[in-house]
Design a protein around this ligand. Sequence first.
Ligand SMILES: [Zn+2]
Length: 482
Amino acid sequence: VIVPPRAYAPDLLFAAGEVREGAALVVEGGRVSSVGAAPPGAEQVRLSGAAVLPGLVSAHGHAFQRALRGRPERRAAGGSDFWSWREAMYAVASRVGPDELESIARLAFLELARSGATAAGEFHYLHHDPAGRPYADRDELARRVIGAAREVGLRVTLLRAAYARAGHRRPAEGAQRRFVEASPDEAASAVERLAASHRGDPLVRFGLAPHSARACPAEWIAALAREAERRALPLHVHVSEQPAEVEAVRAEHGVSPVALLARCGALGPRTTAVHAIHVDAEDVEALGAARACVCACPLTERDLGDGVVPADRLLAAGARMALGVDSFGEVDLLAEARALEGHLRLVRLERGVLASRAAAATAAPAATSSAIPAPTHAPSPALFERLYGFASAGGMASLGWGGGALAPGEPADFVVISLDDPSIAGAGADDLVPAVVSSMARTAVRDVYVGGEPVVRDGRAVRVEESRAVARAVAALHRLRA
Ligand SMILES: [Zn+2]
């Protein structure tokens, strides 16, 4: 059966880095075949009063943590920090079974899709049963999470975590028994098994994830880095989220977590360093020189009191950026992008912190011959396009897919937004992206397409029955809280 190309014709199209009026996004075989005029024979899909933009990508998250929503807040009345939050998270992690995990993950991914996301990176470290024994199918929980994402219709990269210990000379304790394995080879062989059984699904991929320099010894990190290199897989690792973690790594190895990754051969263009908050000048240089990606999760980092990702310095050094919803406490990648810049404004006492200085210079070429110098600190027009890119193409690169800009040849993962939503009403071709990045509410999301197929229509999921999915998740949440 030959399926004709489909030409989506919104009022405004943000594709290949440019906003165009009256242009069509032409999709064929799940990919963008062209941008501009609809070819003869194409099936026309007119999207009146709408704009089409690249799908959003969460490059880092733990779907089961959706079960914590509202819970640690109650405990935060007294002195609370990352470590007390972690206790609450472990309490949930120690109880969640395969059915609960699947139901809660389905709800989490449903909300993610409805927020305009098309792909998720799931950093998966729950492997065993609550007693720490492998399930009959060793990959039971990984399969449940992948299944939940695919049921909703999202593109997914399962980042299979390896976890060795509580810390240096400290064996796993409590809930961590569900995370730990005897060797890094277990993560590598799990990815091999899972990749083989998902070979028929082009929207599922895998990556390797030494959990952190605290939870993995240097030999594990080195072994997983070699395996990721050999198989060309993304390598994700939590890095320098909390000062105590940095101190523990310095005490054990005499170097920072970033320097340890470099020493282990784990710092390169396949690497995504999640958080990278408490990094010094040498760490920033090393991440930049390696062309590594840094995945910031500003809403979770703010909630947990982690600190602010120095994205301006990381970008200046050459690092790339992605964004993640991490704890699923708030599910909104545009809010993550807004917070990445917003937090830096509070710290640097400046606006447009993440505007590309190079772009600002080229935007005002006349300034060189004029008496008035170019305003080097004015927000450049590239700021919002750049932030949008972190939330789309940045995540696709981090998760091993590529694309994310709707250029010809890229996956047809896109979001259709309503231009008469009150949050962005009045936006035109010249300010569509600034309006979307700085102000768009999730109510503006009309449709979401992954690989050219609809996943959300008129704001509702189309592949799963929403009321049933929510009811199952609510039942699971109640069981966990009983
Ligand atoms: Zn995380």
